[in-house]
Design a protein around this ligand. Structure first.
Ligand SMILES: Cc1cc2nc3c(=O)[nH]c(=O)nc-3n(C[C@H](O)[C@H](O)[C@H](O)COP(=O)(O)OP(=O)(O)OC[C@H]3O[C@@H](n4cnc5c(N)ncnc54)[C@H](O)[C@@H]3O)c2cc1C
Length: 322
């Protein structure tokens, strides 16, 4: 551990949409440090390259219900980052589904690129412990220590509980009891289009195996044919702990009927332990301590799930930390 702690006015754990949104709405002169364990920003706004192919493997699209998210999405559309993908999958229902040009992760990078120079982001920094100290919160990550006046934690709740428990901080039961769905997915590059129906995706919420299947080329984010499969929650939970090679052969077998004449070039398993909350906490943000400064929690498990929920939770956290 480095001897001299670094100091910051506000420390945010997590550079997913909730953490980035909070930072972008706290432009009040304070210094902000964001720590994320991932190699890049975005969290579940996740896009992977396999060869020349580009595949969204976390969030696939998003919808807009609130005025504040509407305003942000309109801005991102003007910036050329977000585009309408379609108005429904099986049949059009009139509600726009949005995609990000180049893949969902680009949205996080776009928000991060527009933060002021008072915000510093460190990726590949896993926060191990948050503890109260005499002069503020002590946050330990990657062999360094930060002293922060206020802290906002936006990681999925089980990960948040780990870092707070390590620092001797109790988490209210209403938060600690929040549970998440797991998803097991398959990413595959193909030698030709799988010929999925327009708009290049199948959504089947009640299917026992795959609930969403997307052709990333038809979606407009991949220059070459590449397909993403997301497993149903119950099925994913049942097979989650099986070894990857075993899962890959099961997934390939079940994926085959959706590939048309296409052959798989390369395939990978992708597991998400924390896809989204089973039942979100009723509040968009929760302040769990006021001393030695504020310690707030946010993320898509607070107030409402999905991309919009993460945005609105980040916004609520920014308001409560002003
Ligand atoms: C498979 C899948 C499909 C989905 N499909 C959709 C969809 O189609 N539409 C939709 O709207 N939503 C979808 N979602 C949900 C959506 O992606 C999330 O709701 C949203 O991205 C969550 O944002 P967040 O900022 O709350 O959390 P995250 O994006 O998870 O950000 C939290 C960050 O905390 C970091 N972190 C965790 N622990 C630590 C630690 N100890 N130290 C430092 N950093 C840490 C993580 O690396 C992460 O970057 C999907 C999610 C998944 C996984």
């Amino acid at each position: 551990m480095q001897a001299e702690p670094l100091s910051t006015d506000l420390l945010i754990v997590g550079a997913g949409l909730a953490g980035l949104t909070a930072a972008s709405h706290l432009d009040d002169g304070r210094s902000i440090t964001i720590l994320d364990k991932g190699r890049s920003v975005g969290g579940r706004l996740a896009t992977r390259r396999i060869g020349d192919a580009v595949l969204d493997h976390g969030a696939q699209f998003f919808t807009v219900r609130s005025d504040s998210f509407r305003a942000a999405v309109d801005r991102w559309i003007l910036d050329g980052v977000v585009e309408e993908w379609c108005r429904g999958f099986d049949e059009a229902d009139g509600y726009p589904r949005y995609r990000t040009a180049g893949g969902m992760n680009r949205l996080a990078k776009h928000v991060a690129a527009h933060l002021t120079d008072r915000v510093t982001i460190h990726t590949s920094h896993r926060v191990e412990r948050i503890a109260p100290g005499a002069a503020g919160w002590s946050v330990e990550a990657a062999g360094q220590r930060w002293l922060a006046d206020d802290v906002l934690v936006t990681s999925p709740v089980p990960q948040t509980v780990e870092m707070l428990t390590a620092g001797g901080i109790g988490v209210p039961d209403s938060v600690a009891s929040l549970q998440y769905h797991a998803v097991v997915g398959l990413l595959a590059t193909l030698d030709r289009s799988p010929g999925l129906p327009s708009p290049g995706a199948i959504q089947q919420p009640h299917d026992p195996e795959f609930t969403f299947i997307a052709d990333n080329q038809a979606k407009g984010i991949s220059p070459t044919p590449a397909i993403t499969f997301h497993g149903a929650h119950a099925w994913s939970a049942a097979v989650y702990d099986r070894p990857d090679d075993e899962l890959l052969s099961v997934l390939l077998d079940r994926a085959a009927p959706y590939l048309g004449d296409a052959e798989i070039v390369e395939a990978q398993v992708k597991k998400w332990r924390y896809t989204g909350p089973v039942t979100p906490h009723p509040d968009r943000t929760v302040v769990i301590a006021d001393e030695p400064g504020r310690l707030a929690l946010a993320g898509d498990a607070f107030g409402g799930p999905k991309v919009e929920g993460a945005f609105l939770s980040g916004l609520a956290a920014a308001t409560s930390l002003h």
